[in-house]
Design a protein around this ligand. Structure first.
Ligand code: HEC
Ligand code: HEC
Length: 318
């Protein structure tokens, strides 16, 4: 009898406590927000990858992109087919960072016709372009587990972007052109002040402490991207470093002026790097972007001007 009374009192008390908690102390469950404050696209993090069989493929793709050297580098566990850089060295935060050369628009815009090859390119072909140019290496078979995983990861990142759309903040920002040519001599001075402490006075970076990949990736020399790579175009290099270097920085807090970004780009891209045979590129040369540093061209501007600018008068002439 006594115990029953105690039980009833406890039951009433716990009920009161429950309602008290509900009315006076609402429990706030924060939403997972992956939108940047300026509404730039930001990719989902690896912890959001689903836990199922497709998730396993996506997760391996994430690992290949963030730690490429471990799998495909000179001492890679799968192949020895790249220069030892990671995709993530250039596609920052595994291709998720706003204006960090991210993959926000890849799933939504590929396959597409690219004027460099003159072909309808799938994501696989585009990835192989970076493997052969940015990583100065060999392509992957499109049916390999590695390629399927990389593509699965890129698809997963961009799955919420409607077909054909390019979200704000995706890829690399286009900086306004300078009214003068970019100046490698000025760029060298700025490079020594802002970049050499990590990437080295000789541009060869610093190998990671465990010997796999880089603590600071190289910017020129044998282990760097070759002269057919995207970063070899001044606008791509300048736009990339403006929002991301000196590391760490982002587009809310940039550290370089536009002028300095263009001049440093000119300095770095005037240094030696591996050569890629590009005789098959640009089957229609009139489609070359103004800052394509390798001739021939349909206009009469010199190769030097196409490399360093000034570009404004060239766009007007087109
Ligand atoms: C040395 C720097 C560098 C490295 C390393 C690199 N890339 Fe790239 N990648 C670029 C640049 C630059 C572009 C062109 C961006 C542009 O045109 O705005 C690009 C473009 C791409 C694109 C197309 C993006 C788009 O929106 O059209 C894909 C996909 C891609 N890279 C995948 C990879 C993968 C996968 C790896 C690793 C196997 C890799 N990249 C390694 C620099 C690099
Ligand atoms: C404090 C060290 C640090 C400084 C200073 C710095 N970087 Fe970097 N940089 C990095 C790191 C680390 C990465 C690779 C990022 C990653 O893997 O997440 C990188 C990546 C790069 C890349 C793409 C990968 C490659 O090697 O091609 C370029 C280009 C680059 N930096 C240029 C510059 C330039 C130009 C400056 C000077 C304006 C600069 N960096 C200053 C640390 C630095």
């Amino acid at each position: 009898m006594k115990y029953r009374r105690i039980l009833i009192v406890c039951w009433i008390l716990s009920g009161l406590l429950f309602f008290y908690n509900r009315t006076s102390k609402p429990v706030l469950v924060p939403d997972i927000v992956v939108i940047d404050t300026a509404n730039c696209w930001t990719g989902a993090g690896p912890y959001q990858i689903p836990i199922d069989s497709i998730g396993t493929l996506i997760r391996y793709g994430y690992q290949l992109i963030s730690n490429t050297a471990q799998y495909l580098g000179p001492n890679g566990t799968v192949t020895h087919s790249t220069n030892g850089m990671n995709c993530q060295n250039c596609h920052l935060e595994a291709g998720t960072k706003p204006w960090g050369n991210n993959y926000g628009a890849v799933a939504s815009t590929y396959p597409k016709i690219r004027p460099r090859s003159g072909k309808l390119e799938s994501i696989e072909m585009r990835v192989n372009d970076c493997l052969q140019r940015s990583l100065n290496g060999a392509p992957l078979d499109s049916t390999s587990k590695e390629m399927r995983s990389i593509v699965a990861y890129i698809h997963w990142l961009g799955k919420d972007i409607p077909k054909g759309e390019k979200p704000k903040g995706s890829g690399i920002e286009d900086l306004p052109y300078l009214s003068r040519a970019a100046n490698p001599m000025k760029g060298q001075k700025d490079y020594i002040i802002s970049c050499a402490s990590c990437h080295g006075i000789n541009g060869n970076g610093k190998t990671a402490l465990n010997g796999i990949g880089y603590l600071y990736p190289p910017l020129w020399g044998n282990q760097s991207y070759n002269d057919g790579a995207g970063l070899y175009r001044l606008s791509r290099f300048a736009g990339f470093i403006k929002n991301n270097m000196p590391n760490p920085c982002n587009y809310h807090h940039t550290k370089l002026s536009n002028e300095s970004a263009w001049d440093i780009a000119a300095y770095v891209n005037s240094q030696p790097r591996p050569h890629k045979d590009q005789s098959k590129d640009w089957p229609n040369i009139s489609k070359k972007p103004v800052d394509c540093p390798n001739g021939p061209y349909t206009d009469s501007f010199s190769e030097k001007q196409h490399k360093y600018g000034p570009f404004t008068m060239m766009t007007k002439a087109k």
